[in-house]
Each structure stands twice: as structure tokens, then as C-alpha cells.
Write a protein of this length. Structure first.
Length: 201
């Protein structure tokens, strides 16, 4: 097998393991790529793969190191900015997370995940209205993905807008396989209303 074919195979295997949350096997494949080639494209992809692995493992130091290396080779790649933004979000570095999410959005105006990240970050560093707007755009870009609705529902709960949160969660019931998670959230809101003495009909 030629080196480049072997490297490509390693990349696909690493990506498959990562999808299955087998981070150790994924990391082994991506690291092997770096040992086998100096080809710029594959080194970049291996670094991005390792950044995803370490992010999944909540090892933010190494996740940041690898995504920074990938960005050096491809500074306009929206997925790398998104990855970097997620690392900042996990570290509660809200301004930096919003900045990276915005860079990703500017490169790809129709990606729900990028708007979702932007909304989650801006809630902490700008305003509720900005976050609400970006999360609604995330929902518009991918109506079948329940995650932006969950995020927006959480923000609405934080703001005391229980009716809005309840409506979002009820919409999510039709979209998610994990219906128990949504039902638990709805029950939690209704119990919270009772505690606050709010008449929710």
C-alpha cells in the first residue's frame, strides 16, 4: 500500500472511531498519520482529528494545541474555527468563543452548528436578544436538529420565559429520539412554575 493511501485509510478509520466515541483508537490513527507523512494536507487533517479527539476527552490544552496547528495551515477553514470556539466555550472564555464562531459563520452562512455556537457564546458576553436571534437562525438552518432548540429553551428558562421554553421543548419532542430527556425537561419547567406560583394552564 502506498504511503498516501495508508494515510488516507488511517484518517477514515480515525474518523469512524471518533464517531463511535472510541477516542483512544481514533487518537492512535491520527498520531500514526503524523508519523507517516509530512504532506501538508494530511498533517492538517491529522491535527484537526486530534483536536476533535482531545475535545471529546475534555483535554482542552491539547485540543487547543492541535486546532491551532490546523489553523496555521488553513486559516479560513470554518470547521477549525468552530472547533476552536467550542474549546473556548468549554473553558468559559465567552468572548473568544463568540469570535471564533463568528469567523466560522462568515465562511459558511448556512451551518446550523456555527450559529448554535455563536448563540451559546453571545448569551454570556453580549445579550439575551443576540443569543436568541442566532439560535433561531440555527433552528432555521437545520429544523430537524433538536440541539439548538434545547439551547434556546435553556436560555429562555434562565430568563424566566417558561412558556417560550415549553413551546420549544414540545417542538423538540417530534424531532429527537431521546424523548425522555425532553419530557423530563418539560416536567421540570412545569414543577418550577408551580414553585413560582405561575399559572401555566
Amino acid at each position: 500500500m502506498k504511503t498516501i493511501e495508508a494515510v488516507e485509510w488511517l484518517y477514515h478509520k480515525g474518523s469512524q472511531f471518533l464517531e463511535k466515541n472510541d477516542t483512544e483508537s481514533a487518537r492512535t490513527r491520527f498520531q500514526r498519520m503524523l508519523e507517516m507523512t509530512r504532506d501538508s494536507t494530511w498533517v492538517e487533517r491529522a491535527n484537526a482529528g486530534l483536536a476533535r479527539v482531545y475535545l471529546a476527552e475534555q483535554n482542552y490544552f491539547w485540543a487547543y494545541d492541535h486546532v491551532r496547528r490546523a489553523l496555521k495551515r488553513s486559516p479560513n477553514n470554518p470547521e477549525y474555527h468552530y472547533l476552536k470556539g467550542r474549546i473556548h466555550l468549554a473553558r468559559q472564555e465567552w468572548d473568544e468563543a463568540a469570535s471564533e464562531a463568528l469567523k466560522a459563520v462568515e465562511e459558511d452562512l448556512e451551518n446550523s452548528r456555527y450559529y448554535h455556537l455563536l448563540g451559546a457564546a453571545t448569551y454570556h458576553c453580549e445579550s439575551y436578544r443576540s443569543a436568541q436571534r442566532f439560535l433561531k437562525w440555527a433552528i432555521e438552518c437545520d429544523p430537524e436538529n433538536p440541539e439548538p432548540r434545547f439551547e434556546l429553551a435553556q436560555i429562555e428558562i434562565n430568563e424566566g420565559n417558561y412558556q417560550s421554553a415549553l413551546s420549544l421543548l414540545k417542538d423538540s419532542l417530534e424531532l429527537t429520539e431521546n424523548k425522555q430527556k425532553v419530557r423530563d425537561a418539560i416536567r421540570s419547567i412545569q414543577e418550577n412554575w408551580k414553585l413560582k406560583g405561575v399559572n401555566h394552564g
